[in-house]
Design a protein around this ligand. Sequence first.
Ligand code: MN
Length: 317
Amino acid sequence: MCARFNRRVLTGLGRFDGCIVHLTHTDLDAVCCDALFRRKYGNVFTIFSSVQDYSSYLELLAQAKKKVDMTLCLSDLGGRTDAFEVVARLKSKGWRVEWRDHHVWDERFFEDIKSVVDYLRVDRELCACEIVYTDLLEGDAIAKEVAAIGRDRDFWINNDPRSEVLSTAISDDKSREEIALKLSRGAFAGAEIEAMYALQIGRKNLAISKAIRKSVLLGHTAVTTSNGFTSDVAARLRDEYHSTTELILRENGIFSVRTVAPVSNQIAMLFNGGGHPHAAGGNLSFTRRDQIGFKLVGYRLAKVRKLIEAASRFDHS
Ligand SMILES: [Mn+2]
C-alpha cells in the first residue's frame, strides 16, 4: 500500500457522503459481497485489500475524520491479531463495526473481537457473500443469484460458467467496482464483461505458461513464481505434476498455498498468514536482500526452503 493510494482513500472518504464503508478482499467472493452491500445500501465506499494487510486500511480509517453514523463492514477477511487494537480504536471513535467472514479463525481471537464489534458472523459452511446475502437480502432474487455465483467460484464448484468469466474479468480495483455495480443491478453478463474477460484471458494464459516454465516438483510439492492468477496457476501445476501441495511465490515474498489435505491454513499460519483448509496465503517477509537473493538462487533461498520444508512436513503428516 503506497502513500499515493492512502491519500486517494482519504480524499475519497472525505468526499463520500454515504455511511457504509466496506473493507473486503479482492476476489469474486469479495466483489459479490460488495455488489450485495451496494444493492442493500446504494452508496458504499469500498476498499479492496489483500488478506495480509487490511490492518493498514483500518489504521487509515482510524486516522480519517469520522462523520456521524458511520458503519464499517468487513467481509471475506479472516481474523488477524494485529487488527484487534485498531478495531477497538475505531469502536471508541464511534464507528459501528460489522464483520462477516468464512475463514478459519483462532478461537481466542474470535472471542476477543466479538467483545468489541457490534456484529460478528463467521460461518465456514458458506462463502462470504452468502453470509452477506442471508444477513441482509434474504429472499431478493437478484441477490440470491449474486451469492450463488460467488459460491460457485469460491468453493471451486465451477458449475456456472458466469463465475469463471466474472472472476477472470476482475483484474484491478476499477474492474472490481464496475463488476460489483453491474452485479448489484442484476447484470451478470454483457459486452463490457466479455471484453474485460478476453483481456484477462490473454494475460492469464501468459502468466500460467510463465509459471509452468519456472516450476519445479520437490517430492509432492510443486513450487513456482507468479504475481497473479494464483488459483489457476495452482490448478495447472496439480494437473501437470499430480502434486498434492502447490506453492506459488511472489517476488515480494507473499505466497499462496494449495493442498489436497486440509492443511493449507496451518502451513500459512506458520508464515504470518491464514486462510482455508485447502487454500491459504502467507508472507515470507522478504527483506530487500531476500528479494535479490530470490532472483539469484530461487527456491534455494533459506526462507523459501523453510516454507517448502514446512509444506512437505504437513503433506506427510
Ligand atoms: Mn471468500
